[in-house]
Design a protein around this ligand. Structure first.
Ligand code: FPP
Length: 237
């Protein structure tokens, strides 16, 4: 366990709004700084040996924010997806998404599909962006698919195992995260990867996401390494 770097880190990038408010800036500026913070993190995480990063960019609840803010976040997503597309040929990272993309603007859906396709064989850091994502919504859609298969005789009720449910989630086949980082001092899961994080360690820091640095990432990994992960059983040693 000691010194093991988590293969998959999930991040709840919270505090962008507060970061902007402290500087009397529009909230969307906080999200822009947040996207830059993510860029710094991706470079560093790959070097540290992390293989997968999943970030919560837009939740199923975030539609309730003002139109201006929703537009602002969508604009940043579009800008970064296009930036990653321009860079993919000369870089080694793979980009994926989770969430119900059908509610996003059609051009954004196309840009995401195009980026996923061109980067799918890259072997460097694997970034999954959660967009219009909710853990309950993801499980609901998986259950609907399974129920459909039972109805059509493709599956028996006895075939429904935990593994099967995992396989029907958007995140499949990415392994479950071992570490969840949440910034800005909130102690909630906020419907993020609620199935996949059943055994994950949480690292919560008061830092606002745009202020989160590579040193903070290292601190989070060290904290994870110092935890005693028991998985409900004996210490794995
Ligand atoms: C939470 O902070 C953050 C969000 C709801 C949006 C995060 C989105 C980005 C950083 C852009 C992502 C870009 C890419 C490329 C994936 P908050 O607004 O809830 O902050 P607050 O709690 O201080 O108000």
């Amino acid at each position: 366990m000691a010194n093991k770097v988590p293969e998959h880190i999930a991040i709840i990038m919270d505090g962008n709004g507060r970061w902007a408010k402290k500087r009397m800036l529009p909230r969307v500026m906080g999200h822009k700084q947040g996207a830059d913070a993510l860029d710094r993190m991706l470079n560093a995480a790959g070097k540290l040996g992390v293989k997968h990063i999943t970030v919560y960019a837009f939740s199923t609840e975030n539609w309730k924010r003002t139109e201006e803010e929703v537009k602002g976040i969508m604009g940043i997503l579009r800008e970064y997806i296009n930036k990653y597309f321009r860079e993919y040929a000369n870089s080694d990272f793979r980009v994926d998404s989770i969430g119900d993309l059908s509610r996003l603007a059609p051009d954004l859906q196309e840009d995401i599909a195009r980026l996923k396709e061109v980067s799918k064989n890259k072997t460097g850091i694997h970034l999954t962006i959660a967009m219009n994502y909710g853990g309950r919504d993801e499980i609901k859609r998986a259950v609907q698919g399974i129920a459909e298969d039972v109805k059509n005789g493709k599956l028996e009720i006895g075939d429904i195992t935990e593994e099967l449910i995992s396989e029907r989630l958007d995140s499949y086949p990415t392994p479950d995260p071992e570490l969840v980082i949440r910034t800005s001092g909130e102690y909630r899961t906020s419907n993020f990867l609620i199935w996949q994080t059943a055994y994950a360690e949480y690292y919560i820091t008061d830092k606002l996401w745009p202020d989160f640095t590579v040193d903070d990432l290292k601190l989070a990994i060290e904290a994870y390494q110092n935890r005693d992960r028991r998985f409900g059983g004996r210490n794995e040693g």
